[in-house]
Structures are given as structure tokens and as C-alpha cells.
Design a protein around this ligand. Sequence first.
Ligand code: MG
Length: 280
Amino acid sequence: MTSLLKSKANMIKIKTLAEIEAMKPAGALSKLALRKAGTMVVPGTRTIDIDRVVESLIRIHGATPAFKGYLGFPASICCSINNEIVHGIPGEGVVLQEGDIVSIDTGAVLNGWVGDNAWTFYCGTPSAEDRALCEVTRDCLYLGIQEAVVGNHLGDIGFAIAEHAEKHGYGVVREYVGHGVGHDMHEEPNVPNYGKRGRGVRLQEGMVLAIEPMIVLNSPKNETQTNRWTVVTADKGTAAHYENTIAITKDGPVILTADEKGATCPMEGGPDRSDSIPEI
Ligand code: MG
């Protein structure tokens, strides 16, 4: 789940190697929940049903959904369709349609630690235009993660993301950003999807960050719907959103929202139903 950009006075909470290890089960469960959600992205699915399945999956593992009740958010997943950028609310009457692109964000709290990840899934076959947007946004995520190394700066992450998106003519959402993750879902620092090389907080071992590019087809101008949550593009253009929680280590970034083999949400946009959902 994204954080609204604002300045906070709190300090960045550096994690020890043992704490990073302790965060992995929450990350793995968040990823498992996301994969499960992805398998349900087919025409005719009600998004409320995805929400219920994900909530059950998280609770069966002895965890709690990180989003449910967070600042009053009413659901366990965010489900943002087409022109919705982030924080879409699942509903009884929200039925997925052929060709939709569906950004789902899942988070779990396990043993007091949070995991947070998101993926834009294809419902059936999206337009070539939407598929390209998704592929570029996914690449933005991994380009950003590559910059999350000791000695770089926060601005290097944002720069890499924005440069790649803008090179393709896409818009980069400014008002919502990635964030630190730990015992709380939204810790310091803000992790914007734009920035200048060499600027911002110096990255150091033990920082745990949710990197989450929100990239739109056209203008990044956006508005929040009357439900106070769902953020949509002002021009109704489509939007994509991919997220992993990563830890910065001396050996480079480690994705925490991954299974024990290091695999993240692997469906490359569309659900692969031949691929069984692994246990964690
Ligand atoms: Mg997040």
C-alpha cells in the first residue's frame, strides 16, 4: 500500500540481519497472498471474493491483513482497475471484465513484522497499449530495486524509475510514494518514484523499503474518489502499480516479498494456472 507523501519527523529504523530474517515470513506470506489473488483475476470475478480469499489465506497462516482497518481502510486488499491508480476498494458489485488491468496490493503482518507487495494482473488479454504500460512499470520496479545498494541515495531509486517511465512517454505519480517497512507498514523514509541522482538520504545496510512505482499512460494528475480512498487518473488513462519490499544488505538488495527460493510474484502480469501455489 502506498504512502501519501508528507514529511515525517520519525527516524529511519535500521534493521539488524536477524530482524531482516525475521521479516521474511511476513514478506513470503504477502507474496503468497498476492499470487493467490492473481489467480482469481479472470473475467466475471467479483473483487470482494478476491478480498475474502486473501483475508482467509492470511489469517490461516496466523497473520493479519496489514491494510484492513489501516486508517479506516475497509478491506484486506487494494484492488485498482484500469484508470484507478491505487487504493481501490473491493466490492460486491465490482466485477472484473475481459481486458481489464487489475492492480492488487496485499500486505500481511506476521510475528509483528509487515510485508507489502503489489502487481498489476491482466484480466484475459489487455490492449497492447496497457500491456506495454504494465511491462514498463514492472521494469521500473526492478530498475529501482537495482539502485537500492549501500552508498547510493534515495534519489537514485526514484531517478531510475522516472527516467525509464518517462522515456516511454508515461506519467509518474508524485503524490503517492513507497516507504520504509518494519513493525509498521509506513515507516520513514518516503521512497518517491522520482528524484535526482546522488540526492536524498544515503542508503545503508539494514534499511527495509517498499519500492512501488505507480506509472500512468498519460498525465499523472489524479484525484481521490468520494470513498476517500480510491485514487484515479484525472484523464481516465490507465495506470499500473508494482511493488516489492526489499532489504538493503552489504551484498545488495534482497527482496523480502519472495518465497524461500527468492521468487517474487512470478506471473508476468497474467495468472499461470498450471503453476501451483506453493506452501511457505
Ligand atoms: Mg507499500
